[in-house]
Design a protein around this ligand. Structure first.
Ligand code: PEP
Ligand code: MG
Length: 325
């Protein structure tokens, strides 16, 4: 199987109906970088910057971070890299920060909430990203945005740092994209203006699913209780797809489900055109996508939904079994 996937590396994830899905990879450590070439990824759809903070025993300095980000950009050889700003708190606790004793850390002071309340680290990180990019394009994404105003504020910090870097004579990115992760259900219902303000949206399916079903992603007892292919969850995904389509907002999906072949087919059939996953999943997902017709997959999903099924998985699996015969 590994060899078969290797032979697919330079082929597009094009379905039999001619739609190409962009398959990107998730990364965060230097050890992930060789996979940008070897996996055949179209880019890095999610670079989890907190991992560089978690593997150290003290807060990294700006110049050190700038060197790390420059290495990542170089390894991508012109492919787009989506740098997600720090997502600490919740399950990701920095050893050198005073721990917050929170009753529900996953819903606590984490990610962009920390970045907005104590913007020093966010600003330092932005400076490092701008210096690493120089005049090349830069893509930044904020984690765990729950309302439009948080995004607007975070974006203001980026503009301020760009302005500051320019004023001291540093080159700044000629193309800048600023996006939001959609990983709290609230953001799916944000005002239209939010969808027009963001340059792109990436669905963080791990957190979105956890908060949609109120089922802790860290809790073995409930983690797998609700199916991603549950019709309610698919309805939410569909709503996000429609709102992005109306506003013309590029949309991707970067949770673990993007790398599961059956889930990937369902997401593509609903209309998602960019999936970001761990590098090892790119081969299996591409292999399946290349054998199916999305309109047919969509019809199978819609029929299962109309039949009153709780999840479309059995119907989709039966249909897929015939496709790969
Ligand atoms: C997610 O929540 O789906 C996501 C991609 O972010 P993380 O897994 O790092 O929380
Ligand atoms: Mg998340």
């Amino acid at each position: 199987a590994q060899e078969r996937y290797a032979s697919l590396r330079d082929l597009p994830a094009q379905t039999t109906c001619g739609t190409t899905i962009s398959l990107q990879m998730n990364a965060g450590l230097m050890a992930d970088l060789p996979s940008i070439e070897s996996s055949g990824a179209d880019g890095v759809g999610l670079f989890r910057t907190e991992l560089q903070f978690l593997v150290r025993n003290q807060m990294p300095k700006r110049d050190e971070l700038a060197r790390i980000y420059a290495t990542v950009i170089a390894a991508a050889h012109g492919r787009r890299v989506v740098f997600r700003t720090l997502d600490i708190g919740s399950d990701k606790v920095l050893p050198y920060m005073k721990p917050n004793d929170e009753p529900n850390p996953a819903m606590g002071w984490r990610a962009i909430r920390v970045g907005l309340d104590k913007p020093g680290v966010l600003r330092m990180q932005m400076q490092a990203l701008i210096r690493a990019s120089g005049a090349r394009p830069l893509t930044v994404m904020f984690p765990f945005v729950a309302e439009a105003e948080e995004f607007a504020q975070a974006r203001g910090h980026v503009f301020r740092e760009i302005h500051r870097e320019r004023s001291i004579g540093h080159p700044v990115p000629e193309v800048l994209e600023i996006g939001a992760m959609l990983e709290t259900p609230s953001l799916a219902f944000a005002p239209d203006a939010f969808f027009r303000m963001v340059d792109f949206i990436s669905i963080g399916g791990n957190d979105l699913k956890q908060f949609f079903f109120a089922a802790d992603r860290e809790n073995e007892r409930v983690r797998r209780r609700y199916d991603t292919l549950n019709v309610s969850f698919l309805g939410l995904i569909e709503q996000i797809i429609n709102r992005c389509a109306v506003a013309g907002t590029p949309l991707s999906f970067c949770g673990e489900d993007a790398g599961r072949p059956v889930e990937a087919v369902a997401l593509a059939a609903l209309g998602i055109r960019t999936l970001s996953m761990r590098p090892a999943s790119i081969g299996p997902v591409k292999s399946l996508l290349r054998r199916i017709n999305l309109a047919e997959a969509r019809a199978v999903i819609d029929e299962a939904r109309a039949s009153g099924a709780e999840t479309v998985r059995p119907a989709l699996m039966d249909w897929l079994a015939v496709q790969i015969e």
